[in-house]
Design a protein around this ligand. Structure first.
Ligand SMILES: NC(=O)c1ccc[n+]([C@@H]2O[C@H](COP(=O)([O-])OP(=O)(O)OC[C@H]3O[C@@H](n4cnc5c(N)ncnc54)[C@H](OP(=O)(O)O)[C@@H]3O)[C@@H](O)[C@H]2O)c1
Length: 278
């Protein structure tokens, strides 16, 4: 039976992906950088490269991502792609981000190109901004002040539910039907942050509103949250891309791959409302 190695298995997409793979009867090796290993987990530290060879033991399919917080994603992903080649895995699915292929010298694009040229059977998925950022990265302002603080004016985004990304990844990992293709993944609701706030308000019964802030204030907040300076600069650049309208585009990739419409922002808000009622 095939075994799937999931990098970032404890993360937003990885948690959902592991659930789906197990529900399909797959054996899963859940990678973690933590030293304490639970049943089903394997130790693999992308930064130190510790545990890479053993994590690939008896694995024939791999889900790859670079954890957030680092800007040298090509350096982090390269040894994993090399190991996938060495072990002759049957399929690699790499998750980067929508827009990552805009410039060939960008670190995520360098990793994508390495995979494309590897000779391995692969897919690259580039999701747009996750809906789940509102119950993680942006939650503090929502729960303390009822505000979504972002420097993106009235630009719109086709936010995607991480559960849809996981469903796509599960399908691509186990099927050859779509091999050696790349997909930009988006939701189908194209909304600005005033609309996001209205939907969150309706789901929770709380008054939540959008407060545009200056990039400098965003920067101070991210640095205050302990993010490294180079990653904060990167976040400001991609938030500016959002402000310029680059996150508005929609694709039909989800429907093409899993045969159903993307999860709506309203459904996401209803499913996660307990996060904003604490
Ligand atoms: N958020 C967005 O809007 C968005 C949009 C497009 C693309 N993306 C991409 O999505 C990816 C993040 O996915 P996600 O949100 O599902 O992840 P996540 O929730 O941030 O989780 C990442 C996981 O990586 C693991 N990890 C951290 N450091 C590690 C290390 N040194 N070695 C091995 N594993 C490590 C952590 O698990 P352990 O603690 O168990 O190690 C963590 O659970 C990033 O590449 C980002 O660029 C995000």
């Amino acid at each position: 039976m095939s075994k799937v190695l999931v990098i970032g298995a404890n993360g937003t997409v990885g948690t959902e992906l592991v659930k789906l793979l197990k529900a399909k009867g797959q054996s899963v090796a859940e990678a973690t950088s933590k030293n304490e290993i639970k049943q089903g987990q394997v130790h693999l530290n992308i930064l130190s490269q510790e545990g890479i060879e053993s994590a690939f033991e008896n694995v024939d399919r791999v889900f790859l991502l670079s954890p957030p917080g680092y800007t040298n994603q090509d350096k982090l992903l390269s040894p994993l792609i090399e190991m996938a080649k060495k072990k002759k895995v049957k399929k690699v699915v790499l998750m980067t981000a929508m827009g990552a292929n805009a410039i060939d010298t960008a670190p995520l694009r360098i990793a994508e190109i390495q995979l494309e040229k590897s000779g391995l059977s692969y897919n690259i998925i580039r999701p747009n901004w996750f809906m789940q950022n509102f119950n993680s990265y942006w939650i503090q302002g929502i729960n303390s002040d009822g505000k979504i603080y972002l420097p993106v004016a009235k630009a719109k985004g086709s936010f995607i539910d991480a559960r849809d990304i996981a469903a796509v990844a599960a399908e691509l990992l186990l099927s050859e039907k779509f091999s050696n293709k790349d997909y930009d993944l988006t939701g189908s609701d194209v909304i600005d942050h005033n609309q996001v706030a209205d939907i969150l308000s309706a789901a929770t019964g709380r008054k939540i509103s959008y407060q545009e802030i200056e990039p400098a204030a965003m920067k101070a907040g991210l640095l205050g949250a302990g993010l490294p300076k180079d990653y904060v600069e990167f976040m400001l650049v991609i938030l500016d891309f959002f402000k310029q309208g680059y996150a508005e585009r929609t694709t039909d990739a989800i429907e093409k791959i899993i045969g159903r419409k993307p999860i709506s922002f309203k459904k996401y808000a209803e499913d996660y409302k307990s996060a904003w009622l604490k």
